[in-house]
Unconditional design. Structure first.
Length: 267
């Protein structure tokens, strides 16, 4: 519970911006905004004048209507695709946890590794780790990294390999990245399977297995979603049969939510 008083003027200003954004014609009079928001017309006018002065709204002198300016785009520039997927993912991951019991991680690329942006480890009774957000997973040694690596654009894949060959990702990944035949085989297998996997392949986490799928929206690979389990408890064949279809369903739900956003929010 917050101990600060709500700034009513800010809240009302945001209502006005949302109302203008919702107008199909892209413009509205102060009376129309008043009708839509329930705010008094005088209050709306005062808020609009402030927004005009700050450069977020423009007034037409011909019909005294108001419309948003390009400056409103600056309000969303810091909201990256990583943030969008991390915002959308949690409820879908929660539902996935109910179906598979084992924990999941949502990861996005970060140089030589995949970084965990969201996780259900803290909610899973089968979790062997709790504090996972922010942890880095090696790209060539984990299911999450392998599916992203196999699905990302060729130029990005080469950049990742160059980085790993330099030793940034550790000696284990350096050796793998330097083996062209192994890399080609890895890419072919993951693309054929349609998912990434590891089953004790990562020396530092040799007791861990995982399967993962890519989150792809509008032909862009945004993230990976995995299910993590103890390799002694679940075989790779069993994980493929039980968890991959669930991951694919969750990925489709995330993509649908991502691609529905522009229709709901034009700014």
């Amino acid at each position: 519970m917050t101990t600060y008083t709500n700034v009513r003027g800010l809240a009302r200003g945001l209502q006005v911006l949302q109302a203008l954004n919702a107008m199909e014609s892209g413009r509205a009079t102060s009376q129309q905004i008043s009708d839509l928001t329930g705010l008094h017309r005088t209050t709306v006018r005062r808020l609009l004048e402030t927004l005009v002065e700050e450069g977020f709204v423009r007034r037409s002198t011909s019909d005294d209507s108001f419309r948003l300016t390009l400056n409103v785009r600056s309000l969303s520039e810091g909201f990256t695709d990583d943030e969008r997927i991390a915002t959308i993912a949690p409820p879908i991951m929660g539902q996935l946890l109910q179906r598979v019991a084992w924990p999941s991680d949502l990861t996005t690329p970060d140089g030589d590794a995949m970084i965990i942006r969201e996780t259900t480890h803290r909610f899973s009774q089968l979790s062997f780790h709790r504090s996972m957000v922010g942890r880095r997973l090696p790209i060539l040694l984990t299911a999450a990294g392998r599916i992203y690596f196999a699905k990302c654009p060729d130029a990005e894949r080469e950049d990742i390999l160059d980085l790993l060959r330099s030793g940034v990702g550790g000696e284990e990944q350096k050796a793998l990245a330097s083996n062209d035949a192994l890399i080609r085989s890895l890419i072919k297998r993951v693309r054929t399977d349609g998912f990434g996997s590891n089953h004790g392949d990562w020396a530092a986490q040799s007791k861990i297995g995982a399967v993962a799928v890519a989150i792809i929206s509008r032909e862009r690979v945004l993230a990976s979603l995995n299910v993590v389990f103890l390799s002694r408890a679940v075989t790779l064949a069993e994980a493929t049969r039980r968890y991959v279809p669930e991951l694919q369903n969750a990925a489709r739900e995330m993509v649908a939510a991502l691609e529905a956003e522009p229709a709901q929010n034009k700014v």
